[in-house]
Structures are given as structure tokens and as C-alpha cells.
Design a protein around this ligand. Structure first.
Ligand code: GLY
Ligand code: MN
Ligand code: MN
Length: 456
């Protein structure tokens, strides 16, 4: 079923090179002083139940700086005699463990294939890191990720020994490095964009396959399985967030993930699903009629949301505040709802955050950063002011309208009862204007009507 769709994908991109990781590390050290130490630990496994764990996913910061994906690892960046050294503590090679759980790169693999100057067995952490910390002034570490690291840092800060007494050595402050790393992650490099393009293309085709398999009686979980099955078939590591597959009134629940219902002929389905590829997320929403033909009411709402999305994408330009797409989408939606007689207020009142009726039907934001995390890092309002978009930033554009007839807090217009539409693309900001990474995913009424229910 997937082979034909797979053949439409481009070749997978080259992985990020060791030189590029080195460049990221070096840009980071520019923000540090020579007596600083940065520590980034891999997170622990998450238990699914009893002795079964979820698929392991390391921290995005660790991935960003090193490309290292193994568990039980600690990365340290420190300056020795004026030269910044990149060190990694790793699980050692262990034949018995490797027979059961899989091969380990170990110390040799870390040195050979990764941007690492010194690698150690994780058992040596206390010894090595303990002594490095005693030389440090500021320690940059995120607390609560690795208990052993937290204890070592605390003990170095508390220590009151002769060396400290005589030479004033030892850390005096502990700071969270997340914000500094986030500033780098916010602007994507060409290699990162290549990974995101592949993640986006995989998800675009997956949505198209789900459209093609939509017909009366199909279940939400069957469409979910087609989407997620294609993610794996195409070489993605899986989803970048749990897939939202909601038909009928479920389409009006923003983060519906039960995905258990049967789809009816007169219903709209909303699917919000994205693939993760080499750690990079895609995030796409499409909404379509199960019958393959929009009813008049469904089309009215769909075309309005589409107009608002296009207006929002249009302003994803260098120099615009990150809030511009939201404002553009809101304005088009409010105008349209007034025209359709759904909102009985003037435009400015409809848009008012306190008194406006727009928020009854459109209650979420239009954009978020996207990258190694689906809701990627990066402060939206540095210094309290909306950040201005720069080339290399990636954000989603995802307006929607949700007419949940089940909601006790609103009077849902009968004509639009249980229509939930969201249209979401991933956009790269460039000097030449917005580039839609998820462009391949069918979006116009005509494209959708020609595809739904028509298998490849
Ligand atoms: N899929 C989550 C979001 O759109 O933000
Ligand atoms: Mn999103
Ligand atoms: Mn989404």
C-alpha cells in the first residue's frame, strides 16, 4: 500500500555533520567565560508499565549539540588552558547487555563518530566531573534531569575546603543554560532545514494517504494507523506528538487523541499528525469531509479558515513580529464569521480579547516555533516585546474554527453543528518570503475533493 507513495519522496538528506555540531558548540562557547562549565544530561527512560519502557528519546539540547542519541549519557563543555573541550560520559561497551538491548557505541564510538574530544565510561562521572566542578566558577546545568549530576553540583557549591579558602576556587553560581541554547536552536541551519523538509514531506504524504482511505465507516484508529504506518515506512522515527484523529464532534476537541470512533458520511474529520525525522518535527493539520464532497456549510467554514491561513502565511516575513500571523488570521476569521451571521458584533468588538465573540469559535494561538521539539524552544517575547521574525526561523500557521454542538458554554449555530476545521502548515522564514515546508499536503477544496476516497 505504501510503496507507490514512498516512491514520491526525495532521497533522505545527509545527516548533520560533525563539523556542524562543532560549529554549534563553538557558537555556544562564545556566550560563556573560560571558568564556566556546561552540563547536559540525557533524560531517564519513561516507564510505560511494569518493566516496559517507552521508546527512548534523548533531550533535544543534547541532540542539537552532539547528535548523540544514547541513554545514560552526560555531555560536558569546559575550557582547559584556553581551549574548549567537549566531553561525553557514556554507557560502556558490554557484550551481555548488547546481546539483549542492542549495540552500544561506547567510548570508542563517541570519539570516532561524534563531535567529542574526550569520552569516559559513565561510571567515571563522579570522579572526573567532581574535579572539573571544583575548578569552575559558573555551572550551567538544568536541574532535575540527572540526580547524580545535581548532587555533584550541589556538593561542589557547598564545599568549604582549604583550596577554596586559599584560592577562592569552586562554583559560585548555578544557572539554567536552556535559554542560551534555545537562542541558537531558534534559527535553523541549512542542514536542519533539510531534515525538516523530509519530516514535512513524509507527513504530507501520510495525510494524503489518510484522505485517500477515507470513506463512510472507516474508524479514526484505522486512519491513524495509515498515517503512523507511513511515518515508519518512510524512515521517520515515528510521530512528533500523539496523532489527533477526530471525526464529527471529535474534530471540535483541540487535542482529541482517543481516536476510537467510526466516521460518518456527513462528518468532517480533522487530523493533526506529524512525523519525527532525526529528531526534527513536522506538524500538519488537515480537515476534510468523509464523503469526499464538502457540504455547503462545511465548505463555507473550510474556505474561511483557508483564507485566514493564507493571510497568516503571507506575513511570515523577516522583520514582522511573530504575532503578525495570529493577528492576520484572527482578522480574516472575524470578518468571515460576521459575514456568515455567526458573530453579531462589529469587527473590532469581535476581535476584542475580553468581549469579542471570535474566541468562542477560535480559542487557540495561530503559531508556535517548530524544530527539534514540535513546540520548539525560543522566547516569544524577549524583554516583553514580540520577537521579530528572522530568516531561518520556523513556525506553524494553524488557524481553525470549532463548532462543538456538545458545548454547554456556547449556542452553536445549527447549520455548522460539529464542524471542526483546522489547517496547519510549517513555514520557514526566508529573505525571499515564507516557504511552506508542508506544501505537498493537499489543501484546496478542489485538491481534497479529488483525492478523498480515491486510493492510489
Ligand atoms: N499538534 C499540536 C499543535 O498543533 O500544536
Ligand atoms: Mn502546531
Ligand atoms: Mn498540530
Amino acid at each position: 500500500m505504501f510503496a507507490e507513495a514512498y516512491a514520491r519522496l526525495p532521497k533522505q538528506p545527509q545527516p548533520t555533520t560533525v563539523e556542524e555540531y562543532r560549529g554549534r558548540q563553538s557558537r555556544l562557547t562564545n556566550r560563556f567565560r573560560n571558568e564556566d562549565v556546561l552540563i547536559v544530561s540525557s533524560p531517564s527512560f519513561a516507564v510505560h508499565s511494569n518493566d516496559v519502557e517507552y521508546r527512548y528519546r534523548t533531550s533535544s539540547d543534547l541532540l542539537y549539540l552532539t547528535g548523540w542519541t544514547e541513554p545514560e549519557s552526560v555531555y560536558v563543555l569546559r575550557c582547559v588552558d584556553g581551549r574548549w573541550l567537549s566531553s561525553l560520559f557514556v554507557q560502556p561497551k558490554d557484550t551481555l547487555k548488547e546481546i539483549w538491548e542492542g549495540r552500544r557505541p561506547g567510548v570508542e564510538g563517541a570519539l570516532q563518530d561524534f563531535p567529542i574530544d574526550e569520552a569516559f565510561n559513565i561510571d567515571e562521572l563522579a570522579n572526573e566531573l567532581g574535579s572539573w566542578l571544583n575548578e569552575a566558577k559558573r555551572v550551567f546545568v538544568r536541574g532535575g534531569v540527572n540526580q547524580e549530576v545535581d548532587d555533584l553540583v550541589q556538593s561542589a557549591v557547598r564545599k568549604r575546603d582549604r583550596a577554596r579558602q586559599h584560592f577562592g576556587t569552586g562554583p559560585v553560581s548555578v544557572e539554567d543554560p536552556s535559554g542560551i541554547i534555545a537562542e541558537l536552536r531558534l534559527r535553523k541551519s541549512p542542514s536542519e532545514i533539510e531534515q525538516m523538509v523530509y519530516a514535512s514531506k513524509v507527513a504530507s504524504i501520510a495525510h494524503e494517504l489518510a484522505m485517500r482511505h477515507s470513506r463512510e465507516g472507516v474508524t479514526e484508529f484505522q486512519l491513524q494507523s495509515i498515517i503512523e504506518g507511513f511515518f515508519s515506512y518512510a524512515g521517520a522515527s515515528g510521530w512528533s506528538y500523539p496523532s489527533i484523529v477526530g471525526c464529527g464532534e471529535n474534530a471540535t476537541i483541540l487535542h482529541y487523541t482517543a481516536n476510537q470512533d467510526v466516521c460518518g458520511d456527513d462528518e468532517v474529520i480533522l487530523i493533526d499528525a506529524g512525523a519525527e525525522y532525526r529528531g526534527y518535527a513536522s506538524d500538519i493539520t488537515r480537515s476534510w469531509p468523509i464523503s469526499g464532497q464538502f457540504s455547503d456549510a462545511q465548505r463555507e467554514i473550510y474556505e474561511l479558515v483557508l483564507r485566514s491561513q493564507r493571510a497568516a502565511i503571507e506575513v511570515c516575513k523577516v522583520g514582522e513580529p511573530y504575532t503578525a500571523p495570529h493577528e492576520a488570521a484572527r482578522r480574516v476569521l472575524a470578518e468571515g464569521l460576521i459575514e456568515l451571521g455567526i458573530i453579531d458584533q462589529d469587527l473590532e468588538t469581535a476581535l476584542d480579547p475580553d468581549h469579542g465573540d471570535l474566541k468562542k469559535w477560535y480559542m487557540h494561538n495561530t503559531s508556535h516555533w517548530i524544530g527539534l521539539d514540535v513546540h520548539d524552544v525560543g522566547v516569544y517575547k524577549p524583554g516583553g516585546e514580540p520577537r521579530l521574525l528572522e530568516a531561518g526561523m520556523c513556525l506553524t500557521v494553524e488557524p481553525g474554527l470549532y463548532f462543538g454542538a456538545w458545548r454547554p458554554d456556547v449556542d452553536c449555530p445549527e447549520r455548522y453543528s460539529n464542524i471542526g476545521i483546522r489547517i496547519e502548515d510549517d513555514v520557514l522564514v526566508t529573505g525571499d518570503g515564507p516557504v511552506i515546508l508542508t506544501e505537498d499536503c493537499p489543501k484546496t477544496v478542489e485538491a481534497i475533493e479529488s483525492i478523498v476516497g480515491v486510493p492510489l
